[in-house]
Design a protein around this ligand. Sequence first.
Ligand code: SF4
Ligand code: SF4
Length: 498
Amino acid sequence: MNFYPEFEVVRNDSRCIRCRVCERQCANEVHWYDEDGKIMLSDESKCVNCQRCVTLCPTRALKIVKSDCRLRENANYSDQTIKEIYRQAETGGVLLSSMGNPNPLPVYWDKILINASQVTNPPIDPLREPMETRVFLGKKPEHITRNADGSLDTKLAPQLSLSMPVMFSAMSYGSISYNAHASLARAASALGIYYNTGEGGLHEDFYKYGKNTIVQVASGRFGVHKDYLEAGAAIEIKMGQGAKPGIGGHLPGTKAVGDVSKTRMIPEGSDAISPAPHHDIYSIEDLRQLVFSLKEATEYRLPVIVKVAAVHNIAAIASGIARSGADIIAIDGFRGGTGAAPTRIRDNVGIPIELALAAVDKRLRDEGIRNNVSIVCGGSVRSAADVVKAIALGADACYIATAACLAMGCHLCRSCHTGKCNWGIATQRPDLVKRLNPDIGSQRLINLMDAWRHEIKELMGGMGINSIEALRGNRLMLRGVGLTEKELQILGIAHAGE
Ligand code: SF4
Ligand code: SF4
C-alpha cells in the first residue's frame, strides 16, 4: 500500500546551490539531481529523518518536517496502528524496530525531584571541597574482619573500579560499527570506566583496551573463547535485555560480514541468532554453574555480572542472582535501546527501570543480601540527574547506551535495523562507517562524561553529600510529584511537600 510519506523534504530552491552534498550523504537515496531541469528532487518515502543532509547542507537550504497528512485515525486506531496492520497484511511478517520504547508511558525520572540543603546541614561547594565520584562494583564484606595478628583483613572479592558511576552498556560489534566500538573503548580507557562488547565478541584490535572492557557471554556464545574471557576486566552473562525481554538476539546475515563474522566466529553472511534462553540455564542453580564456570576459567580474577531485563517479578529474580555467586546485577529497563527488536515486544514487554531498581534494592536489603552484589541500572538513563536519582534509589552505577550513541552523533532516527546509519554508528557499510571519526567520537564521549561528572558533583554538593557511597540508597533525598500512593510505595519515597 502506498502511504503518504511520514516526512517531507522541504528544499528552499533559492538557497540551493546544487552542490549535491545531500545526494552523496543520504544512504537512503532520497535526493537526486535532475540534469534536464537542473534541479534537486527527492523521494521522501525513503527518508527516515536522520538529519544528515540538513546538518551538512552548506546553505541551510533543507529541512525535514513531519508530514501532517494522516490516515483517518481516531483515539483507538492511530495513523501508525492502521499502517502497521496494512504492512503486516501485505508481508505476513513481524514488525521490527530500533532504539527504545517510544510510547508515552510514565518516565519516573521526570516525576522524582532531588533535595538540596539550605540552612542546617549546609551544602558542599564542589569547586572547593573534595567530592568522591569513584565507585567499586562487586561483592562487599558484611563485617570488618581481622587477621590472626590483629591487622585488618583487606582481601576483597574482585571489584571493578570506576572513576564515576557510569559505564557504556553492551552494544555488539556488528550491531554498531568498528569506529563506534573504537570510540567507546578509547573513551572508557581515558575516563577510567568500562565499555561492553555486547554479544558480538571482541575485535582483535580492541584487546589492548581489555582492562576497561566488559566481555559479554550471551546465549549464542558468539565470539566466546578463553582468550576473550581473559581479555576483559569483568564478564557479563546476558540473560535478558530491556528492549526485548524474553527473546534472543538476531544479527542479519547482511551485517555478518568481514571482521564481524570473524569476531563472532560464524560463517560470513549467516544470520547470528541467539536463542531466547541459555540452553544450559533453567534454574538459579544452573546460573550458578555458569557463573562459577566463568570464574574458574579466569582463575577467579574477574567479577561476573548477570544482566537481566526489568520484568514483573524482577525483585525475586534479583534475589536468586544475588545468591548465585554473581558479583554484580545489571537491570535493563523497558526503555533500553537496541539495534533491532520486534516492535510488539519492545513496546509491550517489561517494566520501567525506576520501579524495578527500587524493588530490587529493597528486596536485597530486606533479605540482608544487598552486599552480596552491586546493582547497575540501565534502560534510558539520559542525564546526570537520572544518574543521581538512580543512585539514591539504590543503584551502585548506571549503564548508558542511547546517550552514548547520541554523543557520537546519533540523531535517533530509529533505523539502526536497516544497517544504513548515515552517521556511521549502526552500520557495517565501509563508506558509512568512516563517517564516524573515532578521535572525535571518543572525545565527545569523554566530554559528555566530564560534563555529567561535574553535574553529579554539583547535585551531590547541593544535598550536602560528598560521595556516591553516601548517596547510594538514600531515598530521603528524593521526593515524588504527581505519583500515586502505590508508585511512591514501590519507589520508597515520600511525596513532595512531605
Ligand atoms: S546539500 Fe543543500 S545546497 Fe547542496 S544540493 Fe542539497 S539542498 Fe542544495
Ligand atoms: S534519510 Fe537523512 S539524509 Fe536522507 S533525506 Fe532523510 S534526513 Fe536527509
